[in-house]
Design a protein around this ligand. Structure first.
Ligand SMILES: [Zn+2]
Ligand SMILES: [Zn+2]
Length: 180
């Protein structure tokens, strides 16, 4: 497996962030690893409670338009499906208007463009949740959020989240505290 993908999967398997030291121990502490995680578009460094961590992120976004002609750069995927792996609208007569298919022509192309084509739905969910502020509800959501994602962001929480002055979009690794 390509090293970057291996790193990404390792981080996703650890709820989206890992101790830098643990990452280097597991996947090699050579220049190749250091080079890959220094890519600011895909990885970020945080230091909650003095513990350096690497957080995975992506520039890929969900397309939230209801009638997108398909010319956008976003992923065409049902948000509910992304978050939970299922969608109650599939059981209704009209069905869900959003796609539940990661390997549709459009989605496969976008995932490949961002090097994410071999991520599972839940890995992608972890990654998108901590990269895309628009996926975050301002109030506690009805859906079950992946428990690790919340725990992770609590750990990475900043003071502004703690005192309630943090607004969505401040930083990819602490805005999740808005929903805690
Ligand atoms: Zn679109
Ligand atoms: Zn759906």
């Amino acid at each position: 497996m390509e090293l970057e993908l291996e790193i990404l999967k390792f981080i996703c398997a650890n709820q989206g962030s890992v101790n830098t030291e643990e990452l280097l121990c597991n996947l090699g502490s050579g220049d190749a690893t250091a080079d890959i995680i220094s890519n600011r578009e895909k990885f970020a460094f945080v230091c909650p409670f003095g513990q350096p961590k690497v957080v995975a992120r992506t520039c890929l976004r969900l397309c939230l338009s209801k009638d997108c002609p398909g010319t956008c750069t976003g992923l065409h995927l049902c948000k509910k499906f992304l978050l939970t792996g299922s969608c109650q609208f599939t059981r209704t007569r009209t069905g869900c208007r959003f796609s539940h298919c990661l390997d549709s022509f459009h989605n496969a192309a976008k995932l490949t463009e961002h090097g994410l084509e071999s991520l599972s739905r839940s890995e992608l969910c972890t990654l998108l949740l901590q990269s895309d502020t628009r996926l975050l509800p301002q109030v506690r959501p009805e859906v079950e959020w992946p428990s690790g994602v919340l725990a992770n962001h609590r750990t990475a929480g900043c003071q502004r989240a703690a005192n309630g002055t943090l607004t969505a979009g401040t930083a990819p690794f602490c805005f999740l505290n808005v929903i805690i």
